[in-house]
Ligand binder design. Structure first.
Ligand code: SAM
Ligand code: SF4
Length: 361
């Protein structure tokens, strides 16, 4: 599928024609990654962040949130819950928090890899090379770092550099792959100033990077950020602006499945936030094959407020597990077992276990 066809679909709003896109994405998903939906337990380990991203409520200038960092014991308790619930992966996510020290986290990764069968995914921002090396050597399997938009002008507006270091997420993604991580990335759909052309380029960039995981969610406005308040703006013609709607996100998920048939694609929490009743299900029915039940202790969840009214902040981990199981079964899919890596993904450096153990692919 070339770029002009991607663009045509991104601008398509006829529900009858879109049914063909949904059906094709679902067929390609089934043929390439099967019916299993993999569960990745999400642990939001810290909401400290040194960065100033224009879209995100965790940015350091937002003084309106109480900050927290989980202890090693709190993390290990949640990891044991992930095993009990049958999840194949634990995802540790945070702001770019240098209070998370290299060796402290390496120890936690080693403990998880020796005490459990879980795959470990990290999503801790633009950490220096030595950190990425240390965590990979400790056994981390995957790293998620969204490039957010492939449009350099928009990226520079919404994602300022830090401490004089040029922010080049695409270069870090290439480096992660060299280090043997499964690399995950993604974008937000409908960022103010994002054009249809640049969203088509984003999908092309997914293909060029040969990503293992691709997360696509709607941009959700947060008033305590410069993008949300309108302080930072990029003027583009109204007709070029990508809407931050549910429909636009489904189109992007479906096209991503067609362009990257073997990738692991989550039905994101942001999608579940803008349609609490059916967002997860529609994502899964239009190309996605992964969901990320929240494992974060309830007392911290509301503090990880990257955008307002986030889904799943009041439920317990047990309720999230039961809710997602029910949603998956209701649409005739099965809950995946094992680590659920992409076919041919690198194995763990410590255990030598194939990343794809138990995967249906
Ligand atoms: N700090 C790490 C990073 O930036 O990669 C990981 C945590 S960050 C909160 C995870 C993702 O949240 C970002 O990559 C971004 O795409 C998403 N996000 C942040 N603010 C958002 C917003 N207002 N609407 C939708 N997604 C948002
Ligand atoms: Fe920090 Fe990540 Fe939010 Fe940027 S997106 S402010 S790096 S938590």
């Amino acid at each position: 599928m070339d770029r002009s066809i991607v663009l045509k679909w991104l601008r398509e709003d006829n529900p009858d024609r879109l049914k063909d896109l949904w059906a094709l994405a679902d067929k390609v998903r089934k043929e390439n990654v099967g019916d299993a939906v993999h569960l990745r337990g999400l642990l939001e380990i810290s909401n400290y962040c040194c960065r100033q991203c224009g879209y995100c409520g965790l940015r350091s200038e937002n003084r309106g949130i109480e900050r927290y960092r989980m202890t090693a014991e709190e993390i290990m308790e949640c990891v044991r819950l992930a095993v009990k619930y049958g999840y194949g992966t634990v995802v540790m996510q945070s702001g770019e928090d240098y209070g998370i020290e290299t060796e402290w986290l390496a120890d936690i990764v080693r403990r998880i890899k020796t005490e459990t069968p879980l795959a470990v995914t990290l999503s801790l921002g633009e950490r220096p090379d030595e950190d990425l090396i240390a965590w990979r050597e400790a056994g981390a399997n995957r790293y998620l770092l969204r490039f957010e938009t492939s449009d350099p002008e928009l990226y520079n507006l919404i994602h300022p550099s830090y401490a004089g270091r040029l922010s080049d997420r695409i270069a870090i993604l290439r480096r992660l792959k060299e280090l043997g991580y499964e690399a995950g990335s993604g974008v937000m759909v409908g960022i103010p100033g994002q054009t249809y052309e640049s969203l088509a380029d984003d999908i092309e960039t997914f293909r060029n990077l040969d990503l293992d995981m691709i997360g696509v969610g709607p941009y959700i406005s947060h008033l305590a950020t410069p993008l949300g308040s309108g302080d930072w703006t990029r003027l583009i013609p109204k007709e070029d602006q990508v809407p931050n709607t549910e429909l636009m996100t489904y189109k992007t998920v479906a096209l991503t499945r067609l362009i990257c048939p073997q990738a692991n694609i989550p039905s994101t929490t942001a999608l579940a936030t803008i349609n609490k009743a059916m967002g997860r299900e529609y994502g899964l029915m239009r190309g996605a094959n992964v969901v990320m039940p929240n494992l974060t202790p309830t007392k911290y969840r509301s503090l990880y407020e990257i955008y307002p009214a986030k889904a799943c902040i009041d439920e317990t981990s047990d309720e999230c597990r039961a809710c997602l199981h029910a949603r998956i079964e209701r649409i005739g899919r099965t809950v995946g077992t094992g680590q659920g890596a992409r076919r041919g993904a690198p194995s763990s450096p410590k255990t030598g276990r194939a990343g794809g153990l138990g995967s249906p692919c």
